[in-house]
Design a binder for this molecule. Sequence first.
Ligand SMILES: *Cc1c(COP(=O)(O)O)cnc(C)c1O
Length: 379
Amino acid sequence: MKKYLLAPGPTAISPEVLLSMAQPILHHRAPEFVELLKRVKEDLKWLFKTENDVLIIASTGTGGMEGSVSNFLSPGDKALFVNGGKFGERWGKICKSYGVETVEIKVEWGCVVNPNDVAAALEKDPSIKAVFTQASETSTGVAHPIKEVAEVVRGYDHCLMVVDAISALGVFDVQTDAWGLDVVVSGSQKALALPPGLAFVSVSEKAWRQAEKTNNATFYFDFKKERAAIQKNQTAYTAAVSLIVGLEQSLKMMREEGLENIFARRALMAKALREGMTAIGLSSFPKEGASTSVTAISVPEGYDGQAIYKDLRVKYGITAAGGQDHLKGKVFRISNMGYLDTFDTIMAVAAVEMVLKAMGHPLTLGTGVGVAQEILLKK
Ligand SMILES: *Cc1c(COP(=O)(O)O)cnc(C)c1O
């Protein structure tokens, strides 16, 4: 059976990237690799839309998140986090494990954070030193209005805007410098269509100043060490050389397509998937701010989302994702990240139609596919 990876991470990888990583291992201090890192460094700045160096760390995205807490806050400091899903919740857990006091803005799953709530919280407690949020909350398929939240945070000199853009950067627009995002975290196995194992973190001057005053315990995730290394086109420890070779290839292909074209293509694919689902009686789970990175689809009354997700895999070789926590069984999620194009979207719609039809859901095969095709034809 042919396999298709439509999970919101890890995502499918292009043959070009896979082949590039099959080359013999470079030594991480070899001049050839240092030259490669120099190029990759520039490509990452382009992707992040920043003038600051982007740190490259051998870890999953969570490692980048952890360092974004431990390098900028000390035990006893206070931070605000937006909790609108599994990944928002993770910010809170990391803060707690580093002795950082938290103020939580709880957002109903499927909704976006209201920037006014952030403004009110900061006004009420001016000792808050950082605001942690997601650009795209992968567990619910919602994109938070980070530009607007950053505008609020920018009014506080001593407060950092920290964004987990792991499932956003490279799918929709995130403007690190222009929006005043102090710390932006990304990872390899989502939108960048690489294997898991790399985290990327951009850090603003404001954040580096705050890092000078921090006394939290960190060793491996010491961003100052990584900054000193990347300034010399190196990494502090052994670089994940093969992944970085793959990264160069992935970023090269992204540059060829162009960021704005990528955003437009992904948005169209997400729309086709969403409307294809609506046409067969399903609905998009988010009440607002549906992310173009991952589509969370509500399951019709009387059906089990886990069964749909399982049938996709067992019958058709398609790995999507189910729902998490209280959404288990109520939603399933289909990724729009990774090495995917027009016919992956059409295939996803077709497969969901076939799975639901077999379960007895009343639908005419091809209805959703037709709607998706109409939308994708406008490309
Ligand atoms: C995948 C993901 C992460 C990090 O997960 P890792 O498994 O550590 O790579 C963090 N935040 C979001 C929004 C994600 O989608």
